[in-house]
Every structure is written in structure tokens, then in C-alpha cells.
Ligand binder design. Sequence first.
Ligand SMILES: O=C(O)CCC(=O)C(=O)O
Ligand SMILES: [Fe+2]
Length: 302
Amino acid sequence: MASPPPPPIDTSPIPEGRVSITPNLLSKQQVEELLNDAKNLHRKGVFVPGGLRRRKNTDVHRNGTSADDMKTTTDATTRICDICGIFDDAEAAGPSDARDDLLDLMGDLRELLQLDLGVRLSESMELQYLRYPGGDGSSKKKKSGFYGRHFDSSPEDEKTCRRKVSLLLYLNDETWDVKKDGGVLRAYLPRQQLLQQESKSVKKRKRNSDGLVEEGVGTQDITPKGGTLVLFDSASVEHEVLPTYRERWAVVGWFLGEDISTVERRKNHRLEGQKRSSQPSHHSGEDQQRRKKKKKRRRRGG
Ligand SMILES: O=C(O)CCC(=O)C(=O)O
Ligand SMILES: [Fe+2]
């Protein structure tokens, strides 16, 4: 029997600084195949620890790491998770049909976002697999994963037109239970609204129409269930991952502004080569063409 068509993606929350959530965008089989690929890469030792450092005199970590950020770090780790760059590290470890299909999906999403949001996005993007360890919440030996409160992009990044839209695709199974397993993605209100709201410390707890718990003022909790797609504006939605008590897998990506300069591209590539562990994996339209040809060859058995 043919599989049902994927659900429509509502992008309207993105320009409003809210989160677009599409449960079941990926089928069970697609989730399983990507998860197997990620687990294989993890077994091969391709993942690297993604421990980040907090910038001096600020709580907000700018995830778009530049050479300047690297100089101004202190010692407070803001995340515990392992990362595998999909365009460089994973590709170097061997091909995968599931990954090729993921890249096709990224191409479709880019087109959809361009049309719906009226923005031009670069053919290059950043894409990574993430693995958060499942700690037991108490013992130091079995540490929980987490990712502290941060923005993926900052207003200064506007100048270099870097991350525009953040993307998450979860690869966990359907039995994920936030009470037991933790690992909620908590999104906050857009920067301006949050500042205004923080002065009135009103607390609310309610369920929204998707049955997701919204806790406190201006927060939305998202369960990382397999197949769920999450999209939001990289510069306006602050977010965090609460401690994980079960291994948690995801694909994270960033669509970049189209006018990302040649210098910036070169810098990305150069930094990538130097600092594999903290730099984004980078993908271009040419890569995509090459991959499509390769995929066809593989399917033909060549
Ligand atoms: O794992 C998640 O749900 C979020 C990851 C994230 O915020 C990031 O990589 O910037
Ligand atoms: Fe993030």
C-alpha cells in the first residue's frame, strides 16, 4: 500500500517569531533509516563532542561561531551533545540513501520557505546530526545531555546574512515521554516580547491546540517525537533543550541568507577544515547536484 502523503507545513508562525511544528512529516520508515545512519556514524566514531563555551559577560551564546567568538569564551559549558556534520564528516564516512533523501527534502523546504516568507535563501546550508546522552539525572558518570538557552543567530549576524531559519527533525521513536525521558525543546517568545513579559512575572500553564504544554509566560514545549519537523526564525526565537534521561537524536539545520558573501563562505570552509568539532557542515548547490548524480548511480548499482 502506498504511504500517505506528508502533512502540509504551516510556515505562518515563522515571521511572527513563533514556532512552526509539523508532527509526522517523516514516515516511521524514514525516521528509522535516518536513525540507523546516525547510529552507524556514531559507532564509527564520526561524532564529536559539541561542548560549547559561554561568551564573556553574556548569557546568550551565539551559535554561529566565528573566530571572534572563539577568543571570547569562558569556561561554562552550555551544551552536552555529540555532533556529526552531515555534508562533511558523514559524507567522508560513506554514502547513505537516507541522507540523500534528507538533502532532497532540504531542497524542497528551501523552496517552500522562499515562497512563503518571500526571502532568498542560499543554496548552502548547515546540517548536522545531534545525539544527546541519556543520563539518569543524578550520577555524574551517566550525564544527561542538554543545550542551554540560546539564539541560533544574533542581530549582528544580519550583516553577514548567516542563519535565517532554524530547522529540527527528530529521530526518536513514538514512545518518547517528556515526563520520563525529558529532552523537551523549550522555545521562548521573541526577544522584544520576552523582555516586556519578563517584567510582569505572570505564570500560566495551559495546553495549546496541539496538546503541547505551554509553561510560564511565553514558552512553548515541544516533544522531540520521531518525524516531527520544527522551523523558526533563527534570530528571534530563544530556545533550550531540557536535560535528557534517554538517548535523544535529531537533525538540526540552518537555512542561510542568500547574500552570504564570498568571503564569509570562504571563511566557513577554512574554519571548517581547522576546527571540525565546532564548525557547521556546509552544503552547496553543486554538492547537491553531485549527490543527486551519485544517488542515481548507486540506485542503478554503478
Ligand atoms: O536538539 C534540539 O532540539 C535543539 C538543538 C539546537 O538548539 C541547536 O543545535 O542549536
Ligand atoms: Fe539552537
